[in-house]
Design a protein around this ligand. Structure first.
Ligand SMILES: [Zn+2]
Ligand SMILES: [Zn+2]
Length: 130
């Protein structure tokens, strides 16, 4: 049931793959202009919405309310230090099994999940307790 992608959607998806980071719709709009592939901001939003429903991009909403878009990442999680901002990748996904179970028990097609851990890295823990 792969829907036919429009050219705008293709351009945005390629851009997100090339950038390899999370960007806002505004950033995408500006980047596309730089590459002479400019399109209206409304088209950018519409394309992002379609790609999101296709399960190929994911959205993260910041505290500021701004939405950041990126390609759906590999199943990879991080420990983030609140003090120094260090981001430590963890190798195993602790909820991979859960995802499979939920998919079955709720007949829900899961595209991706997010899971982040926050706290202090070993260096910062030492600094703060000193
Ligand atoms: Zn730290
Ligand atoms: Zn995971």
């Amino acid at each position: 049931m792969k829907a036919q992608r429009t050219r705008s959607q293709d351009r945005i998806l390629n851009l997100l793959k090339a950038l390899n980071r999370s960007v806002s719709a505004q950033d995408i709009y500006i980047e596309l202009r730089h590459h002479n592939q400019g399109m209206g901001l409304a088209t950018v939003y519409r394309s992002l919405e379609a790609l999101k429903l296709e399960g190929v991009i994911q959205v993260r909403t910041l505290n500021s309310g701004e939405s950041l878009y990126s390609c759906v990442q590999q199943d990879k999680h991080h420990l983030t230090c609140l003090q120094c901002g260090a981001s430590i990748g963890i190798d195993e996904c602790p909820v991979h099994q859960l995802e499979t179970e939920l998919q079955k028990s709720h007949s829900f097609k899961i595209y991706y999940h997010t899971l982040e851990f926050f706290g202090l890295c070993d260096r910062c823990v030492t600094e703060i307790s000193c």
